[in-house]
Design a protein around this ligand. Structure first.
Ligand code: ATP
Length: 140
């Protein structure tokens, strides 16, 4: 089934996520306040736009409530991450996934309604640790 994703933040995480969703046949509206990052994504995403996603009227105009999924891929600016997540939930996006820098950030994102909170750096560390510990790995 073709899904409609709004990806907010086109850093390394948001841009690789956008590419993967497109490769899997989904629609992606890719947003960032940084014009260069939006340009880099313009030929890949279904649509790519410069937008401040902490502004409710902007998200409303972009039709946020028509998307099945919203992903907030902002890490450094915790306030922007929290605001964008809150606004997507207020605009009734059914599934909102938000990236957290640390446990406290993740806790706040859950409390304000994020359906799924991810910790990419922590989880990759765990995954690699498990892979390197695996008996199936002869030499690395
Ligand atoms: P990554 O690890 O994925 O490269 P990061 O965790 O360092 O990223 P940031 O660089 O803080 O995360 O944010 C990712 C992107 O989110 C940046 O390109 C930034 O311009 C964008 N961003 C931050 N605030 C906003 C906002 N209010 N509206 C739209 N985009 C924003």
């Amino acid at each position: 089934m073709r899904k409609q994703f709004m990806v907010i933040g086109l850093g390394r995480f948001g841009s690789s996520l956008t590419k993967t969703l497109i490769e899997n046949g989904h629609e992606v509206l890719a947003l960032d306040k940084n014009e260069q990052l939006v340009q880099d994504m313009a030929s890949i995403a279904t649509h790519a736009l410069v937008a401040d996603c902490t502004d409710e009227s902007v998200l409303r105009e972009l039709g946020a409530s028509n998307f099945t999924h919203g992903i907030v891929a902002i890490g450094d600016d915790i306030q922007a991450s929290i605001l964008a997540t809150l606004l997507l939930k207020e605009l009734q996006v059914p599934k909102v996934t938000a990236k957290a820098r640390n446990e406290m950030h993740g806790k706040v994102l859950s409390k304000i309604g994020a359906d799924h909170v991810i910790y990419p750096e922590r989880d990759m560390g765990i995954r690699l640790g498990n892979q390197l510990s695996s008996d199936n790995l002869i030499d690395y």
